[in-house]
Write a protein that binds this ligand. Sequence first.
Ligand SMILES: Cc1cc2nc3c(=O)[nH]c(=O)nc-3n(C[C@H](O)[C@H](O)[C@H](O)COP(=O)(O)O)c2cc1C
Length: 216
Amino acid sequence: MNILHICADPNPTEESTSKQLAVSFFRTLSERNPDVDITNVDLYENPPPYLDYQAIRGFWFPVFIAGHQPTDDEQLAGAYGIEQGEIFNASDIVVLTVPMWNFSVPAILKAWMDQVLSPNVTFTMDKNGTSPLHKVKKLILLVASGEVLKEDDARDALTPLITHSFALAGIKDISIAWADGQYTFKYTDAETRKAMAMEAAEELAEEVVDELAGRT
Ligand SMILES: Cc1cc2nc3c(=O)[nH]c(=O)nc-3n(C[C@H](O)[C@H](O)[C@H](O)COP(=O)(O)O)c2cc1C
């Protein structure tokens, strides 16, 4: 089984709650020693370019104009998305490590999504809808937020963005471990909240192991 881990947090692990959730998830996974290959993509080490005119033409024009073949310039502009898309398409599970910024995801993750969740990269698109080019069965979201809020809160623009964008690409199974209330200057139970979310991340890893073993 292939797991793609996309990390969208620039902070060192000891200063990042979302990265600590990822440590819990992957430590549990490795302790159980399942047959998994993990590909780590740190977006701050390998940043996506903003989608530009040439890349949009390369990805989207074939949807609108039958027979449009991307030019060399268009292919070059879309190279990051195509390379990341190949890793994505070969994955069974995608894990996103994400801090909440301005009630949504950091811009660097949005830029990655704009590249990778593109037609003819990870799905095809026509008047009947989209068809996946990938085999991703599950998305795992490891989130940290300063405020006390979860995915049912009207202020949350993070999970709707992720849910709708990945659903378009054909991925509807999304599990979340969320450490909220991480503003330690405001919430005295921030550490307890983090510990609970780390446990939830461990449970998600157990579920992956069980699924792999055919126990669920
Ligand atoms: C640029 C920026 C914007 C933020 N915006 C929000 C926000 O809209 N809502 C919120 O609850 N917390 C917000 N926070 C707080 C972070 O979500 C919180 O510090 C969280 O722990 C970040 O994850 P990390 O510890 O993994 O880096 C923001 C932090 C930064 C740096």
